[in-house]
Design a binder for this molecule. Sequence first.
Ligand code: PMP
Length: 403
Amino acid sequence: MVHPHEALFSERAANIKQSAVRDVFEISMQPGLVSLAGGNPYLQSLPLERLGAVAADIITNHGLQALQYGGGQGTLELRRQICEVMAAEGITDADPDNVVITAGSQSAQDIAAKVFCNPGDVILIEDPTYVGALNAFEAYQVDVQPVRVDEDGLVPAELLRRIEELRAAGKTVKMLYTIPNFSNPSGVTLAADRRPEIVRICREANILVLEDNPYGLLKFDGELQLPLRAGNPDDVLYLGSFSKIFAPGLRIGWALVPAHLKQRFYLASEAVTLCPPPFNQMLVSAYLRDFDWMAQVRTYRALYQDRCDAMLSALAEHMPAGVSWTTPAGGFFIWLTLPASVDTYPLLHQGIDAGVVFVPGAAFTSAPGPSNTLRLAFSSATPENIREGVRRLAPVLRAAVGR
Ligand code: PMP
């Protein structure tokens, strides 16, 4: 029987759903399974003992500050350090005054939708895109509309076409949400020559770019990609995070907000959390100040590259004809595409029976209906387990493809 309290839910709450990815994470905890589902960072290489000593020092010697309420925008020390982290990726004009520290970049996505979108307003997304952003946006009754991507990311002409088409249909398009580097879930990177064009199209259409860049520093080799925000302080609301380069459990991310938008964004953040956690901010500050955090980033790059290579070579060895996949330049994920007739959702259970877990592609799109895609994560399993997982997956996909 439906409880009468069901009638009390807001219309908004009807859009709040359990993410398919969460279901899969729970399944993937079962012993004996190789999980290529969750994109957890590999934390075993962190200097835990030294960090423990720093944490104890913070409580012992700065406890009254660490355990007290703090400023709603975050500590000035950490906001300054965040500007240095962003400078490592080419954002050299960031002002700590325009940085708002948030509970992971996840909460910044929620705040962005809350501050800018009325029900029915459009946020343009890459298709596929990050499931957490879809959930955050849909909770504000945003009309999430896909823009086609190819192997070089968002297609500028397609972006323009979608803006014109949606406006002709009477829609209000507010934002473009983009993950330009090694996207979750696709692993695709937006080509350098498309970046200024994307920003220009959005500027001319008065659409805010919401750039989500948690993986940018984890490029395997070569020069880092210049963020869309670099050189465009007024057009781009930039999101960063310590989750992939340090520790997701601390829940410390940030937004670099155009100066003219900062006040509203910051007040909305304060209304949700009062302040980001002072103790966690102090731990991140100490990590950036007293540890060689860039050396740790380099360790991660080599580690993830090794795992990505293991996955790519196993795919090349075992996958049947008709299955294709992306070749990421960094990050955590590879995206597989099967023939259009295959629905990957039922394959999840066949995969589990074969001892391997992945995430069906339908989780990462706003489009209803079946999807012929799936996501594999190479961040948390060892290279041996990755090879074993792909070996187990191959017969399941071969049977589905019919070869
Ligand atoms: N954006 C993307 C693209 C992500 O993949 C994730 C985490 N998986 C997040 C944002 C959320 O990160 P955070 O831990 O900073 O909330």
